[in-house]
Design a protein around this ligand. Sequence first.
Ligand code: ADP
Ligand code: MG
Length: 698
Amino acid sequence: MSTPAPVAPARPPQSPALKALHKLGLSRDIDLALHLPLRYEDETRITALSQAREGDCVQVEARVVRSEVSLRPRRQLKVQVDDGSDTCVLRFLNFYPSHQKAFSEGAWVRVRGEVRGGLLGREMVHPSFQPAGAPLPQALTPVYPTVAQLPQAYLRKAVLGGLSRADLSETVPPQAWPEGPQRHWSLRQSLEYLHQPRPEVDLAALEDRSHPAWQRLKAEELLAQQLSQLQARQARDAMRAPVLASAGQGPMAGLHERLLEHLPFALTRAQQRVQAQIAADLQREQPMHRLLQGDVGSGKTVVAALAALRCIEAGWQCALMAPTEILAEQHFRKLVSWLEPLGVHTAWLTGSQRASERRAALASAESGQAHLVVGTHAVIEDKVQFSKLGLVVIDEQHRFGVAQRLALRRKTTRDEQGNELEPHLLMMSATPIPRTLAMSYYADLDVSTIDELPPGRSPIVTKVVHEARREEIVERIAEQVGLGRQVYWVCPLIEESEAVDLRNATETHAQLAAALPGHKVGLLHSRLSVAEKKAVMADFAGAQMAVLVSTTVIEVGVDVPNASLMVIEHAERFGLSQLHQLRGRVGRGAAASACVLMYSTGDAPRLSPAARARLQAMAQTQDGFEIARRDLEIRGPGEFLGARQSGAPLLRFADLATDAPWLEWARTWAPTMLAHQPQLASRHVQRWLGGKSDFVKA
Ligand code: ADP
Ligand code: MG
């Protein structure tokens, strides 16, 4: 029987340093042992001042020649030292009497810091110091990731303590390791080596993490991630879900076929493929957990509608949830127009509706009279009860937290034998997940991809333009509007300066209204009430309004095919996937469409490299996968995923870009290990992810 690593005492942490340790997630010995250095400092040798080049971080031992408090250019302690080879000035801008005492004339000191070439010779600013002569350490000094309240020296001691106490027996079977130098490194050796490397090591290999000891740990981390996701999948497969297969007869039979007949378009090949994948899942006894990804405008809604119909045909209810009221309402309208003629009853549920309306919606969900319930977060509240919930569809799933997804899955139904049946779950996203991320963080999900746009879409021309050319852009808008086209103008909303942004948007609105006499220009922003927002959107969707100025980026998941020009002001402030989503609002009809990314550098002479990279990527490609890949490159997985949304603990050591071969290895090895050595596998997960693995199961 495997025993989990000992857990720290349950009593609350006392000192600020202990608290900080817990904040870093370092509660067990093994957590401490697996807290690896960011870099190292070499305190094992003393360098002669004459050998130290500018920029080097060195440790020297020298005698204090002079020590004085000088008042210009500002009050500071200036200490001149001499080690026999050369001299150096130490400067302390903040100092205490203890400094003056340590640096009294004639004292021998050991100081460590970066050598700078000052006007008057070498100097060090705020070096660390101690009396000369103490024995030199034998290993490089590790520098650990830490937080305020947790000094390196304390952390180092805690880590070494953890390392000496932790159970470091192997959890990866030796035969699992492929040929390669990491084979000859045990976990214990690797950790001891990384925490206390000898001075003669290849520091570059340690710091770029190519050293076999690092390779081994990164591989183990990836394996733990894969194993925990496989465990999550097994746990899910142990759950039961309703089998959603058509009953064949009755008023609800053949609903999805009937929708297909009535649609004004035929499904694309990609839509056909993904809807068949979903249909197959719905007929299984295990809950589906599928992510449907497809670029903006690829037609995910109709796929969701078909899934809902298969569920309804089988006599079950479906719930569809979207992150904003406008998006939810758009779905509601579209679904009602498609499904009502087929005899499907759809209810609408949001937080903002009138109490009587809401009561009616709740009642119809509970009685089962509503086949489909569409709404916002309100749909998952505990008060909302379904008679027989068979399928949950979540649009823009990345905008919902793990807790919300879990809450929906808890809306279970009991079958005749009293077994709980969990609803199937279909999550939709327009932000495609790059392959490596999908393989690592979403390994427990099934993914369907719509990789083709409906025919007849014209490509969108994207221009990156400095804000100095604003006038020109306004002329261009007048042209478009004259042709009967509609235009979006998006202003960024930065929460901290909402008032300023609102003023900008209001000014833009006034400017456009003045420049476009005879045309209606609308303004949508977050301070409007839901009813006001709806009225504005209805005008735009109904083409009574020519131009829509909007600050509420989050609300623009809308579908207005006649809109053919989008201007994004301060495009440099938006994230790449946000820009891509926004741009996807145009190019939905047959007319040639354009997107103008207007940027400003503010007070800076030029754009930051990251902002430049984003705008360039937008100008160069329209492919959502390529955009996502570049976004990942620019931001790194931590920010790309957002720990909250993904719920998965982020990888600490492995880097998906450089460690892809280890990811492949972990993916192939994990199922074998789980099947043949489940206890070892559990120990491995427990060791690496500890309490955090729960997250992954969401
Ligand atoms: P998204 O994937 O961004 O949610 P939507 O589902 O809103 O995209 O679809 C975008 C537009 O394309 C809608 O107007 C929809 O009716 C239309 N559409 C969907 N599938 C097809 C198709 N196969 N052929 C033509 N138009 C389609
Ligand atoms: Mg959509």
